[in-house]
Every structure is written in C-alpha cells, then in structure tokens.
Design a protein around this ligand. Structure first.
Ligand SMILES: [Zn+2]
Length: 533
C-alpha cells in the first residue's frame, strides 16, 4: 500500500493505542515460536469510530514466481553486463551475457522484456544523483508506435528532476514533453510492430527531503530512491499512466530486466533487491523480470543476514532496533519458504528488508520497507505489526512483482491476495495464531464495501482498506472453502505460473478459477463484488 497524509494522523493514534496495549519486548527478542508470544490485547476503542486507529499499515507492490535462475536465457537480447560504466553518454553496451550471471527467468508472453541499464553516481552527502540511462524497448503492441510515454515520478517534486539529454538510437531528440509525472517522446519515425529501439537519457536528481508520508527522498541518515528513474509505462490499448491518489498505488509496470551500476560515498551501505557485484569503483546489481528497482542508502545501516534455500535475506536496520532488525530475517525466511512452496519459487535472488521513517510498509521488487514504528513497537513475537506487515510486503513479491496487475484500477488483485497470504503464512508457520490473525487483522475493523473498486472509488483510506484488503481476504477465504483447499492451492500455483511476468485482470482471475474447478461463484461475487465476472 501507499503512504498518505491521512496516515500521519492515524499513525499517531495507532502508536498510542498499540504502545499502550503491547507488552514491551525488553531487549533482544527470543526466537519467535508459537509458544512464547506475548498476550495481545486488542484496542477497546470502537473500531468504527472515525477517524479509526488502524493497526493495519498499507504497503506497496509485488509479483510472480521466478524459477531459481536455472532456465536458459532467451535467445534474443538479454541483460548486458555493461563495460566500464561511465557517466558520459555511451551507446548501448553490446548485449553479451556474463557467464557468471544468474540465468534470467523464462520470458513470458510479453517477452522480450524492456531492458534498463542505469549508470548512476549517488552523492550521498550532497543528496544528488546523476545517471546515464539506456532503455532497450520492444514494440509488442502489434501496431506502429509514434511516441513513447514514460513515468517520471521524481519530476512531481519541485526542482528534483532535470533531464539533461535524450536520444533515440543515438540521435538527439528535442520533440518531447515533460509535464508532471508524464514524459512523452515523439519518435523521429514510427517504431514498427515487433521492432526495437534504444532510448538514452541523462538526468540529474536533486533528492528532496522525505516526509513520513512518502518514501522517496532523504532524511538525516538515509536516502530512499523509489520510482526514481524514467520508465516506459505499459501499453494496454493505450499508455497506462494513472493519476496519483493519496491511498493506493497508481503505477503499473511491465516486467523488465534492470541493471544498475552505481557508485557512492565511502562508508555508505546500499540496500537493493539484488546481490552486489563489485565492478571497479562501481557496484553492479542485476534484476531479471522485475517491475522496478528501488534502493535505500545509509551510512548508519546495520545488516543482519540469513538464507532461505539459495535466497539471501538481508535486514537493514538502525541502532537501537536490533530485536526487530535481527528477528525479521527469521520471519522473512519463513515467509519466503512458505510462499515458495505454496505459490511459486521466490522470484528474485535476494530479499532486502529496510527500516525507514514512514507510517507504513511498502513493497518493491526484492525489497520491502517497514516503518520504524513497527520496530519500536515490536514485542518479540509474530503477533506484531512488524511481522504481519512484513509478511504482507513479502507476499507482494508474488502478487505484484511476479504477477503484475493494474494497481490503480484493480487493486484488489494484489492487495487481497497479499493480505490473505498473511493467513497462509500463519497457518503454515504459527498455526496457533490463525484466529488471532483474523481478529487482529480483519474482524476488528468490521470491514464492508465492494472488493473490486479502483483506488479512485473509495471515499477514504479506511473505506479503501476495509473493502480491498479485508473484505478481499474474507472473499478469498470463502472462495477457498467453495473450491476446496486442494483446488485453491492448485489455483494459486497456476495463477502465479500463468501470469508470471505478465499482467492479470479480474476476468483472468475468475476464468482460471472456473478452469480449475467448475463450481458456481455467482453468489460470492454478488456478495463481495460490484462487477460481474
Ligand atoms: Zn499491500
């Protein structure tokens, strides 16, 4: 989910209520087990009072199962280890696979994926970044394209984004229009269907001060770079770039291959959803089949590390928050193992869990952010916002990063699945806590509302989360009973496999459900949905 201004108020209330209700964790937490959770008292305030304290914190995006980098890379162009990255404008490096590189995931129907290479210098002290960016874009639209539309979220901050140059296939372009979040590039000549072009940009960021209601920006010891570089938005009968809303994510991404070469100040630690590869004074990160590449930089990060199979899990936290910072590696490994077994293999090589000053949690590919408040409130057990929201954001690695969907128009697809995945985590890992989870996470709110609204159709953040997250979870639970647990499990696996690296719709969701088992869902759809499917 997405932080928003209303949450600042909510957060204060939540902090007061939760701090007053939770047992203090008192130093290093024991390894969480179902036996040692502290008693958790629910707040006694009327949950429907307005404004309502929300123990739920929204988070962001995630998607599909990536086989563990053992597939044969596509025969066409793949991620390229860039030669000496420089900050001078360079042509697209030749796309020669690095023999040591992990094998990209199999291409989906949308393949060949867009390919991004970023060479970026981050001046941590002065809070600026300069980057050369190369985008290899394949026209899969089925018709010629006269223009490209890019999302430039950093341009929504005053004086933050400067576009220094832009070229198509090496020829400088002047026919472009940058306004707010939208960059429209008129192509010198139409790009025929099934053809590719190379877009090169050079840009500078003056990183703004972050607020607790958003992630992008700097604070006293941390810089978060999310949605920080221009990207070509998906084309689905038209370019998909929705208007922002205070709640809910508005961005939609194609699955892409992304390489970042970065250098920054001595002593600064970078959290990225991929493993670092030293490359001279640069460090290289490569992600295959990712929606976006987010990172966080700090000169004060403390790092705890573990593994789940061949997945490296790193927790980046700050001094004073060791209990939650260290324990999250355990919970994250449990979540990765559970979801890999229940849905699909974890889609990335690594998972970064990053503490930050925000009022919520948020997901990006291979990287999640969690609020410092959650670490502060952490009671040493799984019955905590830190763990529940952390697991929610990790679930988005399947329902957002792997399986794409339109987060603005059909937010229930990734949010209800990620919320219900929390239940699947508890029933597999801490089964004694399942009824606690229903009460704490869902029933407490007495949720109502139709599940399938867009982010623009709800009157408030509370109305949005009640319907999309909580009623969505209730619907999935009833659907699971209707299908039978075995068929529901089969359905989730097939949904993840079929729509991996692609975009699923509500219609796809129900068509597949009926394909798995031909039962009648009409009454459930009438009960929970405004639309018919
Ligand atoms: Zn979410």
């Amino acid at each position: 989910m997405k932080p928003h201004a209303l949450r600042i108020t909510l957060c204060v209330l939540v902090a007061i209520l939760i701090v007053s209700c939770l047992s203090p964790s008192g130093g290093a937490a024991p390894a969480p087990t179902p036996q040692n959770f502290a008693p958790f008292l629910l707040v006694t305030q009327d949950p429907n009072a307005s404004p309502t304290a929300t123990p739920f914190q929204p988070s962001d995006i995630v998607h599909t199962p990536l086989p563990t980098f053992t597939e044969i890379p596509p025969a066409t162009e793949t991620f390229t280890p860039s030669p000496e990255p420089t900050l001078t404008f360079t042509p697209l490096p030749t796309l020669t696979p690095d023999p040591n590189a992990p094998t990209p995931p199999p291409p989906g129907a949308d393949s060949p994926r867009p390919n991004y290479i970023l060479n970026a210098a981050l001046d941590f002290r002065n809070k600026t970044l300069t980057a050369d960016q190369t985008i290899r874009y394949y026209n899969r639209v089925g018709a010629p394209l006269a223009e490209l539309v890019l999302s430039v979220q950093s341009n929504t901050h005053p004086n933050a984004f400067t576009l220094n140059s832009i070229a198509v296939d090496g020829t400088p372009v002047t026919a472009y229009q940058l306004s707010g979040q939208r960059l429209v590039v008129s192509l010198p000549q139409p790009l025929p269907a099934d053809s590719a072009l190379t877009l090169t940009l050079n840009f500078t960021l003056r990183i703004p001060r972050k607020t607790s209601s958003e992630l992008f920006g700097y604070d006293h010891n941390q810089i978060n770079l999310v949605d920080w570089y221009p990207f070509i938005v998906p084309f689905r009968g038209g370019w998909v770039l929705h208007d922002p809303m205070p709640w809910g994510e508005h961005l939609v991404y194609d699955s892409s291959d992304i390489e970042l070469n970065i250098k920054t100040d001595q002593g600064v630690i970078l959290a990225v959803g991929a493993s670092p590869e030293p490359n001279g004074e640069w460090t290289r990160y490569r992600m295959y089949g990712a929606r976006t590449l987010a990172l966080s930089a700090s000169n004060e990060f403390i790092v705890a590390e573990t593994t789940a199979g061949n997945i490296v899990i790193r927790s980046y936290y700050f001094s004073g928050f060791q209990s939650g910072g260290v324990d999250m590696t355990t919970y994250a490994a449990q979540a990765v193992n559970t979801f890999s077994a229940q849905f699909a293999p974890y889609p990335h090589q690594t998972l970064a869990i990053v503490q930050t000053d925000m009022s919520d949690g948020m997901e990006y590919d291979g990287l999640i952010f969690l609020s410092t408040d959650f670490y502060r409130q952490y009671n040493g057990t799984a019955r905590s916002n830190l763990v529940v929201i952390g697991v929610h954001e990790i679930a988005h690695q399947w329902w957002y990063s792997l399986v794409g969907s339109d987060h603005a128009l059909e937010p229930w697809l990734d949010e209800s699945l990620s919320t219900y995945s929390e239940r699947i985590f508890f029933e597999n890992t801490y089964p004694a806590n399942v009824s606690w989870w229903w009460q704490f996470r869902i029933d407490y709110f007495k949720p109502k509302g139709y599940v399938d609204g867009s982010i623009y159709q709800y009157a408030s953040f509370r109305a949005y989360t009640d319907a999309v997250y909580f009623q969505g979870a209730r619907f999935l639970d009833e659907m699971r009973v209707r299908m039978g647990h075995g068929n529901f499990s089969k359905f989730l696996k097939e949904y993840a496999a079929r729509y991996a690296y692609r975009h699923a719709t509500s219609a796809d969701f129900f068509a597949l459900a009926r394909e798995i088992v031909n039962v009648n869902y009409d009454d459930l759809i009438r009960k929970y949905f405004a639309g018919t499917y």
